[in-house]
Design a binder for this molecule. Structure first.
Ligand code: NAD
Ligand code: SER
Length: 309
């Protein structure tokens, strides 16, 4: 078996969709999905792997002759703040394991998912530029900003082809998010189709950058397939889909369910969201490798409601 792809953290919100998309594109026998525990329903090769265990990681790389790694394993922003050092440990140890194991064992390409969480008080809130100064205010954001710098280092020092995107909040019907600040934007649709009121943990006017799952997965695969010379940014590319507040997504849902009710009860996640951008400038991704989002809020709402119903 050769030219095989490994996904870490593949049972999560993005991984459950990415693993199937990669199987469809490259064949079931070319994708090795992994996570801390076996998934409940997945038709494909799966290995139980704690990505902070470098020995186990190396065994899998050698066994399957892995050539590409999509390193999704992480503790997300809100959950990370419950134990900042543990979140740093998982996020950083696992990524350094992946980078080091890759360069020493013939892995050619690595994908690192960064986040809008890398931005802090120094970055402009509107159309946040790719090259903003990064002073993140969560342990998660610090781990992503450091990860981007390590990605750049491994590319320049060892020639390892590491590519990265700063995802906005990802919204999809296929999976449930885990421990993020943008999770409300998925949960709200689940409540709406069940005809239940929704309690939102962010204030109604908190605008954040978001992206539909189909766009996020397509961006990931397009970035990984782009010719090497087109990848000019080796820290991470800003990626934009659309931006909205809880009030705006609620209004778009009310076009289908006019009686939909939302209660706003902001909690600790509001403090995280308040420091993140409202919108993102992704012109570098568009210019360098042709990125173009397809889903705006209207199309996202229509698809979420249709699929969840
Ligand atoms: P998720 O929380 O849904 O899934 C993460 C997965 O990682 C889980 O299945 C978990 O079991 C696994 N994991 C945790 N610790 C692990 C370890 N030590 N070893 C192996 N697996 C481990 O996250 P997601 O939403 O699928 O995000 C995937 C990646 O994309 C993450 O790196 C995340 O930071 C990034 N990202 C996600 C979003 C988003 O909105 N979902 C936005 C920006 C960036
Ligand atoms: N959606 C992610 C979070 O809220 C951003 O990286 O943590």
């Amino acid at each position: 078996m050769s030219n095989t792809i490994l996904i870490t953290g593949s049972n999560g919100q993005l991984g459950t969709v990415l693993r199937t998309s990669l199987q469809q594109k490259y064949g079931k026998e070319k994708v090795v999905a992994s996570d801390l525990r076996p998934p409940s329903n997945y038709d494909g090769i799966f290995e139980t792997l704690d990505a902070t265990n470098q020995e186990d990681l190396v065994k899998i790389i050698r066994q399957y002759e892995i050539k590409e790694i999509y390193h999704l394993a992480a503790i997300l922003s809100a959950r990370g703040e419950q134990d900042p050092l543990a979140s740093w440990n998982v996020n950083m140890t696992s990524f350094l394991d992946v980078l080091e194991a890759s360069r020493l064992n013939g892995v050619e390409k690595v994908f690192f998912p960064s986040s809008i969480a890398v931005f802090g008080e120094s970055a402009a809130l509107e159309n946040t530029p790719n090259n903003s100064f990064l002073d993140p205010l969560t342990a998660y954001g610090i781990s992503k900003a450091a990860g981007e710098t390590w990605a750049n280092y491994y590319f320049h020092k060892y020639g390892l082809d590491v590519r990265s995107l700063r995802y906005p909040g990802v919204i999809g019907y296929q999976s449930i998010p885990g421990g993020g600040t943008t999770d409300y934007a998925v949960e709200i649709y689940h409540s709406a189709v069940k005809k239940e009121a929704f309690t939102c943990f962010l204030k109604e006017d908190t605008t954040l950058p978001m992206i539909f799952m189909e766009d996020a997965i397509r961006a990931t695969i397009e970035l990984m397939e782009a010719p090497k010379e087109k990848i000019k940014i080796r820290t991470s590319y800003n990626l934009a889909g659309t931006s909205f507040s809880p009030a705006e997504v609620a209004a778009s849902i009310r076009e289908v369910y006019p009686d939909f009710v939302v209660h706003y009860v902001p909690d600790h996640r509001q403090d995280i969201a308040a420091k993140w951008p409202n919108s993102i400038d992704d012109s570098a991704a568009r210019n360098d490798w042709g990125w173009q989002a397809e889903y705006d809020l209207k199309k996202m709402t229509a698809t979420m409601i249709e699929k969840l119903s």
